[in-house]
Design a protein around this ligand. Structure first.
Ligand code: CS2
Length: 498
């Protein structure tokens, strides 16, 4: 089979083999600027938008992707080289691959080289939405103080050099300032990250920054920019070299960075778009008045479930999520955690069948074709656990509910952070707090409470005697009896009920 490099010129030849955009991309303008063009955005918002662009009346909702960091150089070069095109490979539950070329990213900009161009683009009146996938850590929040972290040197540099920002906050502040100065309309800033109340949180963080950087802009933002909350969902593992090879072999498409994902997708959004929005509801997104319950459910069941499988899985020596999910003891642990500790904190979720949701998660985690990497799931856990697991702990402590499994997760994370499991396998810790995590994890061997002293992750949790007792029990149990026996122990005598 002849191989075609993925780009505009080869698109019609490629369309003989896989589904390609059936719309004229040259007519599509960018009404959306998106910061963070990693796998998740390309499997989710860009996919929904590609579906939508198949409606011939829709031409104003293309995406301009922004590569914000030096780290994004590779994806920028790839997309530029491929005219913004990439292949989305859905790994179905029966192992078949559904491939499709996505065309919704019609422009790409590289911020480190040309920051002013990015600021101008964000201020362009054609742009109605600036959406973000900047990861949980990208919001620059300090769990210890509950405030925006002005100590971050990049934030300091943005305050000193507003015309050459490095952080998303520096860019947004300057772009909104231009809109205000030019008498233009505001826009929507749409967070697509896994954070409870992500829109409101983005607003709070941005306003904290603007209060210091451009104080006279605060009132204008309050009046002219909206920040809808949203729940986003689609499991998107890192693309492996094998995925690239298989695409080439099975379809003759030479794509330097395809995206692989699961078949499931969900997007629940608050309908609060001050400058208008695409009709994403026509392609499967749900617009609701209050997204908070959906977010809470997803973060504390799916994302926390991932962390459970990731951290325990690493201690057992597994490397993919489905391996951990197929271990009977880890699976019981997860069911008990979801059923006994998370579910009581969720209250009544109108219109959602929680039991079905939890069953579907077990199925999704077990998809053996996804091969989601435990390394990916455990990466940046210092930013994830405060969002995915700690709210469950606080809520259960308040209502005097069970916390043993949650405390076990934190103890397992302390042991994981040593960087090697009990079988001698090195664990790859990818975390901005790696050094502190490792230091405290090692100190915890003598005094396990040392780990809880990391205030920027655990806040004041170390002062709660009920939690500390459960944590110490779990820690000692793992150290003395090994991970496998301690997981069996903690599960014993508890109903395995989701
Ligand atoms: C994962 C998420 O990063 C993580 O730890 O839980 O990336 C998860 O796969 C997505 O949120 C799924 O929607």
């Amino acid at each position: 089979m002849k191989n075609y490099k993925l780009n505009n010129i080869n698109l019609s030849a490629i369309s003989e083999r896989v589904f390609t955009p059936q719309y004229d991309r040259s007519k599509v303008t960018a009404g959306i600027v998106h910061v963070g063009i990693g796998g998740f955005h390309r499997a989710h918002e860009a996919f929904y938008t590609d579906e939508l662009l198949h409606d011939p009346t829709v031409t104003e909702w293309g995406i301009c992707g922004i590569a914000l960091l030096d780290f994004d150089t590779k994806i920028y070069n790839t997309l530029k080289d491929q005219d913004g095109l990439y292949t989305l490979i859905v790994k179905e539950l029966d192992g078949t691959l559904t491939k499709r070329v996505i065309g919704s990213i019609v422009e790409c900009l590289y911020a480190p080289k040309n920051p002013l161009k990015v600021i101008e683009k964000m201020a362009n009146p054609e742009v109605k939405i600036i959406s973000l996938t900047i990861t949980e850590g990208g919001y620059n929040y300090d769990e210890a103080t509950g405030a925006f972290n002005f100590k971050n040197p990049l934030i300091q540099q943005d305050l000193e050099n507003p015309q050459a920002p490095k952080t998303v906050f520096g860019y947004l502040a300057q772009a909104l300032k231009l809109r205000k100065e030019r008498g233009l309309k505001g826009c929507t800033i749409q967070s697509c990250d896994n954070i409870q109340g992500n829109g409101h949180f983005a607003k709070k963080m941005l306003l904290s920054y603007v209060q210091v950087a451009e104080p006279e802009l605060v009132a204008w933002i309050e009046a002219n920019v909206s920040f809808p909350n949203a729940m986003v969902d689609r499991i998107t593992p890192a693309t492996s070299p094998l995925d690239i090879e298989i695409l080439k072999e099975t379809s003759g498409i030479d794509d330097a960075w395809p995206v692989v994902c699961e078949p499931f997708k969900q997007w629940v959004i608050e309908d609060d778009f001050i400058a208008g929005r695409p009709a994403w509801e026509t392609v499967g997104a749900q617009f609701v008045e209050d997204v908070v319950p959906y977010e809470k459910m997803k973060l504390s069941l799916l994302n926390a479930g991932h962390s459970v499988l990731g951290i325990l899985g690493a201690l057992y020596g597994y490397s993919t999520i489905d391996e951990a999910a197929s271990n009977a003891d880890i699976s019981s642990f997860l069911r008990i955690y979801m059923g006994n500790e998370v579910t009581p904190t969720l209250g009544d979720l109108e219109g959602v069948n929680l039991k079905n949701y939890k069953f579907s998660l077990i199925q999704r985690f077990g998809n053996t074709y996804i091969k989601d990497q435990i390394d990916r799931i455990c990466s940046q856990s210092s930013a994830k656990l405060p969002i995915f697991v700690l709210p469950t702990i606080y809520s259960q402590l308040e209502r005097k509910g069970a916390i043993d499994h949650a405390a076990f997760i934190i103890a397992a994370f302390a042991i994981y952070s040593v960087g090697v499991n009990e079988f001698g396998t090195q664990l790859i810790i990818k975390d901005v707090m790696e050094t502190v995590l490792n230091e405290k994890a090692i100190a915890s061997r003598k005094n396990p409470e040392a780990f809880l002293e990391i205030e920027s992750i655990f806040g004041k949790l170390k002062n709660d005697s009920t939690f500390v007792k459960a944590y110490l029990n779990a820690y000692q149990n793992i150290v003395q009896n090994g991970i496998e026996k301690s997981v069996k122990d903690i599960n014993s005598n508890v109903l395995n009920e989701i």
